[in-house]
Design a binder for this molecule. Structure first.
Ligand code: AMP
Ligand code: MG
Length: 335
């Protein structure tokens, strides 16, 4: 039967609804991004933003070309990981829609959704995933029916690190795109003394760390290093660390595809570094369109579709959110 799966994303700053056809055709999401007036993301304030945006976003989904509420065969939602108050808003909307439309509910793992939307868009089959987002930084590969976390950040996510550096220097959330713009002004060979901009490099075996890098970068700007040079340096150090761990994961697993996902995968420099690494080892590098790198409802719908195809859905009594859900908690039974 042809139909539509509606996906709801609400793990952190983004509240988003997206749809995917049962044939796997993705449609752009309708999203609203919570931007704090000052400071970082307060979970309660973000959750209020999500509640306040619900009616407008649902109205907007309803007006998508070719969309009929009667064609919706399931509601997928992010069950975790994420901020509890934000997840709860998405789960409540999902339960309401599921019971109103009398269609199944599918609770999905947000991190796994980043992988599945990337596989759908790029056609890669069995990649190592470099998942670089606001709250998460992980290197993941499939083995024995799970997406296994081979390495991850030991402190903050790479996107949070970039956003904090930006915020301290007056750049509003999300800071990553502006850091990329400032860094692109720099021609390293001519303008930069590497001693001036070197930062602690946080690779520990297969794991990563970014808080030392962040503290040092802030310190150096306060001592007079120009902001655009430090943006460049921050990108070079943090992206190199991620690509190094991704390469080690490819070597250990023998896999020859790399898939980038998460909001930081929008960055042209990390894409370039990852592509060079893959070319050097005869592997291929892939990433989805930017709209599917950042958090979006469509990726939640896509994972819901894969799960439903295998007969997996979520009973109402099992639909509680799990803020601490791990990537490898979810059994992966689809191809
Ligand atoms: P996500 O948590 O996956 O929705 O991604 C959001 C994160 O991606 C935020 O930390 C952004 O600063 C970051 N981000 C978005 N675009 C870029 C970019 N072009 N370069 C670096 N980081 C980015
Ligand atoms: Mg994400």
């Amino acid at each position: 039967m042809q139909g539509i799966i509606l996906g709801i994303e609400s793990t952190a700053h983004t509240f988003s609804f997206g749809i995917v056809g049962t044939d796997g055709k993705l449609s752009p999401s309708k999203s609203s991004l919570f931007r704090p007036e000052e400071g970082g993301i307060h979970p309660r304030e973000a959750a209020d933003h999500h509640s306040d945006s619900t009616a407008r976003l649902l109205d907007s989904v309803g007006k998508t070309e070719g969309f009929e509420w009667g064609d919706v065969i399931a509601i997928a939602f992010s069950q975790g990981p994420g901020l509890g108050p934000c997840l709860r808003v998405g789960a409540s909307v999902a339960r309401t829609l599921s019971s109103t439309l009398e269609v199944p509910l599918v609770g999905v793992n947000h991190c796994v959704a980043h992988i599945e939307v990337g596989r759908n868009q790029t056609g890669c089959e069995d990649p190592v995933l470099l998942y670089v987002s606001g709250g998460n930084t992980q290197v993941i590969a499939r083995a024995d029916g799970r997406y296994r976390v081979l390495g991850e950040t030991l402190d903050i996510g790479i996107g949070n690190m970039l956003d904090k550096f930006a915020r301290i220097h007056g750049i509003p959330f999300p800071g990553g795109p502006e850091i990329e713009r400032l860094a692109s002004n720099i021609k390293p060979s001519k303008e930069i003394s590497l001693d001036e901009v070197s930062l602690p490099y946080g690779v520990h075996g297969m794991d990563l760390a970014f808080s030392g890098m962040l503290t040092s970068a802030i310190q150096k700007v306060s001592e007079g290093v120009p902001l655009d040079r430090m943006c460049w340096s921050l990108q070079e150090h943090s992206f190199s660390a991620c690509v190094e761990v991704a390469e080690r994961a490819m070597a250990h697993t023998g896999k020859n595809e790399l898939l980038l996902g998460g909001g930081v995968a929008c960055n042209d420099r990390i894409r370039e570094m990852a592509t060079i690494m893959c070319e050097e080892r005869g592997a291929t590098c892939h990433w989805p369109e930017k709209q599917y790198c950042i958090d979006n409802g469509t990726m939640i719908a896509e994972l819901g579709r894969r799960m439903l195809e295998c007969g997996i859905y979520t009973e109402l009594m099992d639909s509680a959110i799990n803020p601490a859900l791990r990537t490898d908690n979810t059994a992966v039974v689809w191809d």
